[in-house]
Design a protein around this ligand. Structure first.
Ligand code: CA
Length: 430
């Protein structure tokens, strides 16, 4: 578990313009990402205010033993190093970006974020998606099983499935409406065509740092040391394809046409001030089995989440994006990130540096905290009204979904995740 140190001191500010209070990227954040700017190859940078510090251009200011891993086009090797090096880099960057004496050396290595393209931070070997948002699981379960929304295993283990790593993309990738098989309830046979019930899912992503060997589980007390950082994740979902294909083996083509992630790895160290104990389980719920119990008392993530929608008509009319939901990850997650990792490796499954794990949709128990349209529109039965007079049950071509996240509390500097954006475009052949 990351402890607080001088890098979390709310009294310190960077000499970089725009990195002061209110930015997603003050010096207390320092997320890592992979960028390119037309002048060079993909390479690592750290976000500071509206800029990126090009780590490959910092010369001998960084420890020599780090430089090779911090000059790669992906962060896998760096994330694999584990907590001690991650903390040391954070402390060094904090020192460089808060002390005026480094300004002359570093100013040339700052590039405006608006001038670069962000990429996936890692070469993702494997992607798994969980289902730990208990209110989402209950809301969706009610649509299929009104009397029995949660299946008996839900409170004993974090439910998950193996997703598709090859179709994960950084924020901004167009969302091509998938074609697939769907069977309308009143039809005798399925048909093939563009999904009519395209949805988003508001999730957090975990980036795996140090891996575990095949056959070697990760004890719950060590799980946090394997999580290098977090991002926003949108698990785009075609609900009509999903409803027809999911039995008996679970999600497949309804989910693997695209998954979008925010490009910055917000480190475990940056999140230290925003962790708190997991909420107590409701009375009558089973205690976690011993291998999933006792993960240090600061496992819940005080991360605020927001989703907005803008339609083509709204943009043409100059209307601001419409907020679909606002809520806290801590209020949504029945299982912690550490429990997810420990459960994933509990059978000896080997996680690898750069693996991506989704939490599942993070809905709160409130109507204004629902993380998907299938919940907001009650499965399409209650279309939502939008500014400008349109309505929506599911996404139309031209719709743009933006996920945002940030952390704030008294005594700490607010940090943000940046954005995860995707705009729907027409299906191929449509
Ligand atoms: Ca999902």
């Amino acid at each position: 578990m990351s402890a607080l140190d001088e890098t979390h001191d709310p009294g310190r500010i960077s000499w970089v313009d725009g990195a002061a209070l209110g930015s997603d990227f003050p010096v207390q954040n320092l997320p890592l990402g992979i960028f390119s700017d037309g002048k060079g190859q993909r390479r690592p940078g750290v976000a500071i205010g509206d800029f990126i510090l090009d780590l490959a251009a910092t010369g001998d200011l960084l420890d020599e033993s780090w430089r090779n891993d911090l000059a790669q086009p992906v962060l896998n090797a760096w994330l694999a190093r584990g907590t001690d090096d991650h903390r040391a880099l954070r402390q060094r960057l904090f020192e460089m970006l808060t002390n005026e004496r480094y300004r002359d050396d570093l100013e040339m290595s700052l590039i405006g974020q608006s001038e670069v393209r962000m990429h996936l931070p890692c070469l993702i070997g494997d992607y798994s998606d969980f289902y730990v948002g208990i209110h989402h699981a209950t809301n969706v379960g009610k649509q299929f099983r009104p009397d029995n929304p949660l299946l008996p295993n839900y409170k004993y283990l974090p439910i998950g499935y193996h997703g598709r790593a090859s179709s994960v993309r950084a924020s901004g990738e167009p969302v091509v409406r998938p074609n697939g098989q769907r069977k309308p309830p009143d039809a005798d046979a399925p048909e093939y065509g563009p999904s009519r019930r395209l949805d988003y899912e508001l999730e957090l992503g975990l980036w795996i740092g140090r891996g575990n060997d095949l056959g070697q589980p990760i004890p719950i007390a060590e799980a946090d040391e394997h999580i290098a950082g977090f991002c926003l994740l949108n698990d785009w979902s075609a609900r009509d394809l999903q409803a027809w294909e999911y039995q008996p083996l679970g999600p497949f083509l309804a989910k693997n046409f695209l998954t979008s992630v925010s490009p910055w790895v917000v480190t475990a160290e940056a999140l230290a001030p925003f962790r708190r104990p997991m909420p107590a389980r409701p009375e009558g719920d089973p205690e976690p089995l011993p291998y999933l119990a006792g993960d240090g008392g600061s496992a819940a993530l005080g991360i605020e989440l927001e989703v907005t929608l803008s339609t083509e008509k709204m943009r043409d009319a100059g209307l601001a994006p419409h907020r679909l939901s606002r809520g806290s990850a801590a209020a949504a997650m029945y299982w912690s990130a550490a429990q997810i990792v420990t459960h994933h490796a509990s059978n000896g499954c080997n996680l690898q540096p750069g693996d991506l794990i989704g939490t599942g949709t993070l809905s709160t128990d409130s109507d204004d905290g629902l993380g998907s349209l299938i919940e907001i529109s009650r499965g399409g039965k209650r279309p939502m009204a939008l500014p400008g007079g349109e309505t929506r049950s599911f996404l139309e071509d031209g719709d743009e979904i933006t996920l945002k996240a940030w952390c704030e509390r008294d005594g700490a500097v607010r940090i943000g995740f940046g954005e995860c954006v995707g705009r729907v475009v027409a299906a191929l052949g449509a």
